[in-house]
Design a protein around this ligand. Structure first.
Ligand code: PSU
Ligand code: MN
Length: 304
């Protein structure tokens, strides 16, 4: 029983010692509408190749956990309806039942570890939701970052989350949170927030050294690299605040709970901004893919 199946491209990269960057698939199935989701998935894969690394998009297809999808597989997933969203809790169940599922940040980290991949690029991680003191809605992504040795490049956390509480839980879980090239923790659509990130690094090489040192001293868990959105693509926090407030209120009024919360909010924000949120989202994911490829290449260079 093999736990994970590598695509021909990923398999060749492993054999050749080429840098590899993991990508999640929940962003494709539950984070963006079709057909932009497919265009973005392909574009981000190409960005990673252009930066000298190989992309490995993770997903469960008919019970098989894949690291790297063919273009047909990617297209099938992007068009499919009712794909499960799988995190740590349901990954093995989805596989044992022969199901098809898109991987969250947590499940993608688990898949990356199984495939021997150190670095993973995404848009935003899950976190502590607003009102968590009542709902207890805290993403399994935050637990995974404390358990699984993968460096995750994201654009900070979305303002649908309680960002100060998200940073507290990451600290409790022993996760180094590193802002790239600035002091403040980026807030997804905005490069700056009024929170100072716990750590700052200015080069991919410095991040690669921290990643390898964590492994060398035997600590489990990864790093969260918070990479600010490029200035040209930012959306002002004042523009999004009322949109987020409305989407959150609707989720509450409609009784949306559990793993439905994040996809509901992402879809409503897309509608309420008439697609403006998606343009920024695409720019920041591509920016994260390029940085992740650099870090992955530095790790390979340091291991050599
Ligand atoms: N945040 C985003 N875009 C996303 C997600 C989060 O800005 O696509 C997805 C990721 O796959 C993340 C998951 O791992 O949602 C978190 O879901 P939950 O809050 O249910 O843990
Ligand atoms: Mn949740």
């Amino acid at each position: 029983m093999t736990s994970i199946t590598l695509s021909p491209e990923v398999s060749a990269a492993k054999a050749a010692g080429t840098a590899i960057v993991a990508l999640e698939s929940t962003i494709i199935t539950h984070g963006m509408p079709y057909p932009q989701n497919l265009e973005v998935a392909r574009q981000v894969e190409q960005d990673i190749r252009d930066a000298g690394a190989v992309p490995a998009t993770m997903a469960v297809l008919d019970g098989v956990l894949h690291a790297g999808l063919t273009d047909e597989e990617l297209e099938g997933l992007a068009q499919a309806k009712d794909v499960a969203k799988v995190s740590r809790a349901d990954l093995a169940v989805c596989m044992s039942q022969g199901g098809t599922g898109a991987t969250t940040v947590a499940a993608t980290m688990i898949a990356a570890r199984l495939a021997g991949i150190d670095v993973f690029a995404t848009g935003g991680i899950g976190g502590v939701h607003k009102g968590a003191e009542e709902s207890f809605d805290i993403s399994a992504d935050l637990t995974e970052l404390g358990l699984t040795p993968v460096t995750v490049v994201a654009a900070g956390a979305k303002a649908i989350l309680d960002i100060p509480k998200t940073l507290e839980v990451l600290e409790t879980n022993g996760v180094p949170v590193i802002a790239y090239g600035q002091d403040s923790f980026p807030a997804f659509w905005s490069a700056q927030s009024d929170l100072t990130a716990p750590l700052r690094m200015d080069t991919a090489a410095e991040i690669a050294r921290a990643h390898l040192m964590r492994a060398a001293i035997g600590l489990p868990g990864g790093h969260l690299i918070a990479n600010p959105i490029p200035a040209a693509d930012e959306i002002a926090a004042e523009v999004l605040a009322p949109v987020i407030a409305q989407a959150t209120a609707e989720a509450d009024a409609q009784g949306v709970t559990g793993k439905g919360v994040t996809p509901f909010l992402l879809a409503r924000i897309f509608e309420l901004t008439e697609g403006r949120s998606l343009v920024a989202n695409i720019a920041l994911v591509r920016n994260n893919a390029r940085l992740a490829a650099k870090i992955a290449r530095e790790i390979i260079a340091l291991k050599a």
